[in-house]
Design a protein around this ligand. Structure first.
Ligand code: ZN
Length: 274
C-alpha cells in the first residue's frame, strides 16, 4: 500500500466513523434489543443512507483510481512508454475496463450498505447467547449499549482496510490486462503486522492469470490456507502488486510462482515463460 493509498484509507475510515456516529445517534435511546435491531433496519433502508453509501463509494474508488494512475504514469515514464498510458486510459473508458471502475464503485457501495445489517447480526448473536445463559433483559440491554461501539468499530476498520486495498488491486489488474502486462512482483508491507505467508511472498513474481495460495506455500505460515488470491486481495492485506513493465527493473535470479510452487529463475529462463 502506497502512502497515497494509506491516506485514502485514513480518510475513508474517518468518513465511516461519521457514519457510525450517525447510526448511534439514530439508535440512540433504544433500550430493548428488539428496538435496537428495528432502528438499525430502518436506518439501513433509508434513502438518505443508501445515497450516502453510493457517493462515498464513488469518492473512494475515484481517489484510488487517481493514485493507481499516478503509479502507472511513473512506472511507464521510467521505461519510456508513457504514451501507452494515455491510450490505455482512453480504452478503459469503454468496456470492459470502464466497466471495471463502475463495477468497483457498485461493489464498494454494496459493501458499505451492509454495515448496519452486519452490526445487527452481531447484536442478534449477542442477545441470543445472553438469553441462552438465562440472563435478565435489563442486563442484556446494558451490555449491548456498552459493547455496541466496539462491535461497530471493528467492522468499520475491516471494511476500510480491505476495500481500499482490493479496489487498488483490481484497478491495477485491469490496467495491466489492458496494457498486456501479465506479471507482477508481490510486495509485502514491511511492518510488524505483516503475516508470515505474505512476508514469504515478498519479491515473488506472479502471473495475473494464476493467483497463488500463500498460506499453502509458506512452510512457516501456521495458518489454514484460505484459497488462491492476488496481493492486496484478502482481508486486512496491505500488500502491493508491482507490475513488471520492463525486465531491466527486476533482480534476477528471482523467485517465480508457477505450477503451484515457487522456483528460482534466471532472466533467460523467465523470458522463456513470459
Ligand atoms: Zn498482505
Amino acid at each position: 500500500m502506497t502512502k497515497a493509498e494509506k491516506r485514502i484509507e485514513n480518510r475513508f475510515h474517518t468518513t465511516l466513523n461519521k457514519l457510525l456516529k450517525a447510526i448511534r445517534k439514530f439508535v440512540g435511546t433504544a433500550q430493548e434489543p428488539e428496538e435496537i435491531l428495528e432502528r438499525l433496519k430502518l436506518y439501513s433502508s433509508s434513502k438518505a443512507f443508501q445515497d450516502w453509501c453510493e457517493s462515498l463509494a464513488l469518492n473512494m474508488t475515484t481517489q484510488v483510481k487517481k493514485s493507481v494512475d499516478a503509479t502507472w504514469h511513473e512506472s511507464l515514464l521510467r521505461v519510456g512508454r508513457r504514451n501507452e498510458l494515455y491510450s490505455a486510459i482512453v480504452r478503459e473508458l469503454e468496456t470492459p475496463n470502464g466497466g471495471v471502475f463502475f463495477g468497483l464503485v457498485r461493489q464498494n457501495a454494496e459493501m458499505i450498505k451492509t454495515f448496519p445489517l452486519d452490526v445487527s447480526e452481531e447484536v442478534t448473536r449477542l442477545v441470543a447467547n445472553a438469553e441462552l445463559q438465562g440472563r435478565r433483559a435489563s442486563d442484556i440491554a446494558a451490555e449491548l449499549s456498552e459493547r455496541f461501539p466496539d462491535i461497530a468499530k471493528s467492522r468499520l476498520e475491516l471494511i476500510a482496510r480491505t476495500e481500499v486495498s482490493k479496489t487498488q488491486s483490481e484497478l491495477t489488474q485491469a490496467r495491466a490486462a489492458s496494457l498486456g502486462l501479465d506479471w507482477y512482483i508481490w510486495r509485502a508491507s514491511k511492518d510488524a503486522r505483516v503475516r508470515s505467508s505474505h512476508d514469504f511472498m515478498d519479491g515473488v513474481l506472479v502471473n495475473w492469470n494464476d493467483p497463488p495460495n500463500p498460506e499453502a506455500l509458506d512452510p512457516k505460515s501456521g495458518q489454514k490456507p484460505y484459497g488462491k488470491y492476488h496481493a492486496g486481495n484478502t482481508f486486512n492485506c496491505r500488500c502491493d502488486e508491482e507490475v513488471i513493465v520492463d525486465l531491466d527493473y527486476v533482480d534476477f535470479p528471482a523467485r517465480v510462482y508457477r505450477n503451484n510452487t515457487i522456483i528460482q529463475m534466471t532472466r533467460a529462463a523467465f523470458e522463456e515463460i513470459m
